[in-house]
Write a protein that binds this ligand. Sequence first.
Ligand code: KG4
Ligand code: ZN
Length: 346
Amino acid sequence: MKYTGIINLAFESSCDDFSCAVLSKGERGVEILSNIVYSQDFVHGIYGGVVPELASRNHIKASLPALRIALKDADISLKDVSLISVTAGPGLVGSLLIGLMEAKTASYALNIPLAPVNHIEGHIFSPFLETGEKFPFIALVISGGHTHLYLVKSHDDINLLGRTRDDACGELFDKISNYLGFGYPGGKIIDDFAEKGNAGAFKFPLPMLHSRNLDMSFSGLKTAVISAIDGLGGPGRINENMIYDVSASAREAVAAILCKKTARACEAYRVKTVAVSRSVAGNSRVRSMFYEYGRENGLDIIFPPVRLSTDNAAMIGYAGFFKTALDPVKNREEFLNINADSSWEL
Ligand code: KG4
Ligand code: ZN
């Protein structure tokens, strides 16, 4: 196939997914031509969390097949590529290095520029991948490691407004699921249980809701949920309907904290657009509560499709279009010095 615009080959390997995508940017805007994700849930599930060494070893196995299939799905060959984007951090250093080295090698061999991308930036812009962004917006990034609010005025102007002071919201779901004996990752499990339960059955605390800043906290809520489970007989004894009610009430509390803090950020900075991203953005109650709030308060609420809310290279390619790319020959020294930065702060 022949494309006239920029063809961007993107890699993402910051945690336990290896992903490779091809995007084009031309008269019709940005298009995703392919987006391959090799997940490793089956590798880490039995350990109750991601094992870094196993993640990087499995990335090595996935790295070339993912590239081959991404090119084939996009119906292009390597010589059609004009830009390479890659996650350079934050993440697990061993995991990051596999994608980064593949990207650097391809960039060097093909003599085309390389754009190092911050993984969180990839998530922040992911809700706009299929529509184009509307500045300014409030970005809420929610996952097993993140519960962060940002004010985004442009691609280069991103400011952290508030964050969780303890557990991330996804971590809270994982801990409840683990405690009940349903394993990791627990977010989707608790979300599915919650669909069958009564969200008003338990009144859980909403920590830091009335504090003036935009920080959040989930650890007190986790303790309250665990105490409620213990009060109902504890793991293994609590009856099924009670599990559904506890799940629904816990999910309601998490969604309310996220929604109220985001609303406060919108008021404080007079912003009317909200972009919610990362894995917990797939939570059904988080989505419905934000949409309801947006409708009632005149806010434009944007979520990525669920397939783009988990880790994927398409979002890295999208952010890569707006980054300064380094040429392997003209910027040789800088190019050779690009390294994985496991704690790269935005
Ligand atoms: O982005 P991700 O793969 O890893 C990191 O966060 O680093 O996200 C996984 C997290 C886990 O905490 C998982 O329980 C949570 O996202 N999660 C969900 C849902 N799907 C995944 N939490 C709530 N509802 C969901 N539907
Ligand atoms: Zn991620």
